[in-house]
Write a protein that binds this ligand. Structure first.
Ligand code: PLP
Length: 257
């Protein structure tokens, strides 16, 4: 069994955040450990309240895990506090972690609710992008990081390349929020662009799908797949799971594309 370290916020509705990641990692047969950075009261549609934890308890969780558990990949999600990217980068270096690191630069939920202090993007870019095997922004986060408005699939290709060149790291842009009959995710890796496209599942609730794509990619990287293969397998595995998702209510379903 392989161990995956998940760092992020608690989503009480358990679709996104640490709970969503832990379910994904468990479903894929790995053992997930978690470092909780904040507790979010939310449901698929709205963030109601948020409480962030002091960085001392984040450091203690890090020690508790790293002193005992072998870690084959790390998935970093919602950090909220601007001081945390530097703190986590220091801990990763202190423990000399060599495993692949998936950095999900969580800035806002799909509904636009903020999940980070203002200025978080600079702290992530400075401290965690250089350590990342891949950075996985959604469309809105890619727009904030690049300063470019994304309106069509071609824009995603260009922005993935620009971000990779600007930050000298691989970028996977999760394009699920772009309307259309398919969902398109674009990876820029070692100078090449890879396009992952599957039919959109109508009436699916997308909450947490971005988190799960990133954590599934972390599992497949830990298993030794190279990045394009890991993303492809993560996307196709999630596609099957989303088809079978729990139906929780009509209020948040997207209109058919
Ligand atoms: N809540 C938490 C704790 C998260 O980490 C994330 C991840 O981006 C979200 C909510 C956003 O979820 P979504 O945009 O899929 O609704």
């Amino acid at each position: 069994m392989i161990g995956i370290l998940i760092i992020g916020g608690s989503d009480c509705s358990c679709g996104a955040g640490v709970q969503g990641d832990l379910k994904t990692v468990t479903a894929l047969g790995a053992y997930g450990t978690t470092i909780i950075t904040c507790v979010v009261a939310e449901h698929p549609g709205r963030v109601e309240a948020l409480y962030h934890l002091p960085s001392s308890i984040i450091e203690s969780q890090f020690h508790s895990i790293l002193d005992f558990f072998p870690i084959s990949a790390i998935k970093i999600g919602m950090l909220y506090k601007k001081e945390l990217p530097q703190k986590i980068a220091e801990l990763i270096q202190k423990f000399k972690i060599k495993a692949p690191i998936v950095v999900d630069p969580v800035l806002a939920a799909g509904n636009g609710d903020s999940l980070a202090e203002p200025g978080m993007e600079e702290e992530l870019a400075k401290n965690l992008f250089p350590l990342a095997t891949v950075v996985t922004p959604n469309l809105e986060e890619a727009e904030i990081l690049s300063g470019f408005r994304i309106e069509n699939p071609d824009d995603i290709l260009h922005v993935a390349q620009d971000l990779s060149e600007q930050y000298q790291s691989s970028f996977l842009i999760k394009g699920g929020h772009l309307q259309g009959k398919t969902t398109i995710d674009v990876l820029h890796y070692k100078g090449k662009t890879y396009n992952f496209e599957l039919p959109r599942i109508l009436n699916a609730n997308p909450h947490g799908t971005g988190c799960s794509l990133a954590s599934a990619t972390a599992v497949f990287l830990a298993q030794g797949l190279d990045l394009p293969q890991a993303v492809e397998k993560a996307k196709s595995t999630l596609y099957e799971k989303i088809k079978n998702q729990l139906q929780i209510g009509p209020f948040y379903f997207l209109p058919p594309a």
